[in-house]
Design a protein around this ligand. Sequence first.
Ligand code: GRF
Length: 232
Amino acid sequence: MPSPLNLSHCVADSLDSGLALNSPSIQEWPTFQPALRLGVMASGNGSNFEAIQASIAANALHADIRLLVVNNQGCGAEQRAQRLNIPCQLWDHRQFETRERLDHALVKAFLQADVELIVMAGWMRIVTPVLIEAFPNRLLNIHPSLLPSFKGLDAVGQALEASVRISGCTAHLVQADVDTGPVIAQAAVPVLPNDSPESLAKRIQAQEHRILPWAIALAGVKWRQSSGIKGS
Ligand code: GRF
């Protein structure tokens, strides 16, 4: 006898394969002349960092990752950078007396790398106005909830705890308060009855990997227009 249809798995599979609600939907990718110069910051696994690079390699996002900064030696993001041959610098927050001192070092590194936009792709530190004001409207973050719901740590756990039926992820510009700032792109996914923190996080991450490169392109167009650089 065929096994009964598991509707929740069907819904999850179809949504995991890219049918989740994505706003704004991904349209034609803009071309940047010259390619957009990116800095990326990551603390852990680095799957979003690699998704950005994959989008570049697929000729979707027209950009170049000039520098990855990590704060945890040997983290997944650092290993991915080695494999992908992308310049990576370790700036360990434990070596700095204050958050501001670390951010001054990061500003210097990103200015030296001549980046236009910086992406916090799983940067698990609070950033200060030192970094935010050095790159106004040019610092992006990806967060695993539909902001302004569930700011801060363990957003996926917070969503499960609140029994929401829909969650998702948000790419936004960074302002001084944690997980605030103008939204650039969001994707919504269902929360299924049997979801664990891991299964929901996985569904949300699949969408992060789609919307983050797109949000970079959208922010890049705005930046090039405001900076008066021709050809964007
Ligand atoms: C992502 O879920 C992101 O939303 C959060 O940190 C996580 C980083 O994952 N800010 P990864 O390191 O990109 O795999």
